[in-house]
Each structure stands twice: as C-alpha cells, then as structure tokens.
Design a protein around this ligand. Sequence first.
Ligand code: NAP
Length: 323
Amino acid sequence: MTSPQPLFNRLALIGVGLIGSSIARAARAQGVVRSIVATARSAATRVRVAELGLADQVVESNAAAADGADLVIVSIPVGQSGAVAKEIGHHLKAGAIVSDVGSVKAAVLRDMAPHIPAGVHFVPAHPVAGTEYSGPDAGFAELFVNRWCILTPPENADRTAVERLAAFWSALGANVEIMTADHHDLVLAVTSHLPHLIAYTIVGTADEFAQVTRSEVLQFSAGGFRDFTRIAASDPTMWRDVFLANKDAVLEMLGRFNEDIAGLTRAIRRGDGEALFAHFTRTRAIRKGIVAVGQDSPAPDFGRPHPGLPHAPLPRPYAADEE
Ligand code: NAP
C-alpha cells in the first residue's frame, strides 16, 4: 500500500477538521506527498494544526494555501464550497488538481466548477468514512483504510488527473470507485443521509418525550437507542449543509421510506406477524452482507468491548451439574 515515490509535490489542505487532518496524517504516513500546506477558517484551528504538526506550513488564507500546490483538497462543509473555490480560483497553478471531500457531489460540482480556471483539473471526491467527531484532533491516519472513496469527475475530466487522484486515495488505503455526481447523491441519500435524518429524528423525539428522557431513556439506551445517539451526535453544520445541498435525492428517499414505514405500521396494527417476520429476515440478510464485504465488524454489539462479570464465572461443567 505504501507508494515508493511521492505522487504529488505540494498538497494544500483547505479545512483541517476530521477529514482534512486524517488526510494529512495518512498522506504523511504513506509518504505520498513531499510537503503539506494547510489552512482553516479560524486562527484557533490554524494554531492547533501547527501544534499537532499536521503540515509543513500553516498559512492564513485559502488563496495562500492554493498558491503553487499540485493537489488542493477542500475539506469544509459543502455549503462553503462555492465561496472557497472563488477565493482560490486565480491562485491555482496550471496542471494542478483540485478536489474536495464533500458528502454531496452535484451541488459541489455546480458551485465550484465555474471558479476553476482552464488548465486546472477539477475532480470532486467523497471518502465514505467518518466518525461523529470534528476538528483537527479527531482525525487519524487509518480512517480511510478499506473504506470507499467515490470520485465524481465531470464528463470532460482529464483521465490522467482522475487516475492520479485515484492513486492518491488508494495510497491512503481506500478503495476507489468512479460514478456520476447525481448517481452518488442518490446512493448516499439512502445509505447515509436518510439514516442520519432518522437518527436526528428519533433522538429528538425521545428528548421531547421529556418525562422519561432525563432518566430511563439514557439509562436503558443500550436497547438500540444508543446507536442512534452516536449518529445524531454528528456535526450540525456539516449535516445542515448536506440536507440543503442534496434536497431532491433525500426527499425522493424519504418518500419511499414513509411508504415503507406505513406498510410496517399497517402490519403491526393488523397483527400481521408474517409480514413483519419476512421484512426482518430480509434486513438481517443485508446486515450479514455488509459484514461479509468487510464494511463492519462481525463481533457482537458492533465490536464494543464488554466489562467482565462482577464475579468470576463458575468453572465448566457448572458446579450445579457436578452435584
Ligand atoms: P470538521 O471537522 O468540522 O472540519 C471542517 C474544517 O473546515 C475546519 O478546519 C474549518 O475551520 C474549515 N472551514 C470551514 N469553513 C471554511 C472556509 N470557508 N475556509 C477554510 N476553511 C474552512 O468537518 P469534517 O467532518 O472534516 O467535514 C468536512 C467535509 O467532509 C464536509 O464537507 C463533509 O460533508 C465531508 N465528510 C465528512 C465526513 C464525516 O463523517 N465527518 C465523512 C465524509 C465526508 P474552523 O475549525 O476554523 O472552522
């Protein structure tokens, strides 16, 4: 996986949060770039990036970061993409590759492409990997290992530039897939955006159910709720932008979801155990498929470590069996 030669001379990271800082760490660890220049919106984040030693150089503006870079990766909330592309457009050097990591692709393509000058290659990307944490401290070099990175080059994209970016992501451990931005947005609407919306909804519903929220909901959260709370802890700015930017695909999937939940509601009301059993059997098989392709742990309880028993377990065969 380690590349013998750096793939790029100078990598510019605009935005050094969970994703940007993970790229910095992984690119360093794999030796895929000769140097990294980084910037973020606030002075506080730039200071932290310097303290963590994530880049060779930390600069104060997006334009300064883009100056002279061979690969520019914009890792910021998607709602900011257009404005940032406008800031850096005139500073990009001929032959450079500009990419991003946004969770929505058609809106990024629409907002950024007009500001990228001729002779600079624009290849949007989305590493499908993350956690519920944000900021430069949250990143880690292994984040992209065995995860997918989807590239959504525009139709007229330069093939060599696409291949170079694919090689970069492969060197960081990702599996690379190429598709259109529209297709990406439809697929991610159901695999990522809708699940987040459901998590945000159910955690909000429980919170409004105030009488139990303060005590029982938290106390008994291991009954399924706990996993929703992890997803619902994801960054509010990022997810606000995702839903605004992928409105049509999310509304399409939400329509289907509402139909399906109406079907299950009817099955419960009618006492139709057969329908419920058939549905749950189908979904269980999907989970097994995800584990089989290595996208999640087969360990029980999603691989969470479990504390030991309060007392040492009885030796087998149990004492009672021996009597
Ligand atoms: P994050 O941890 O909140 O970091 C965002 C970074 O962007 C911060 O360094 C922030 O600087 C900087 N920033 C914001 N606006 C900026 C601007 N106008 N100019 C320069 N820098 C700016 O976010 P993240 O989780 O890394 O997400 C970044 C992108 O990755 C989003 O588009 C998201 O859709 C995508 N993504 C996220 C995940 C995930 O699970 N989190 C997974 C895949 C893709 P300050 O700290 O100074 O505000």
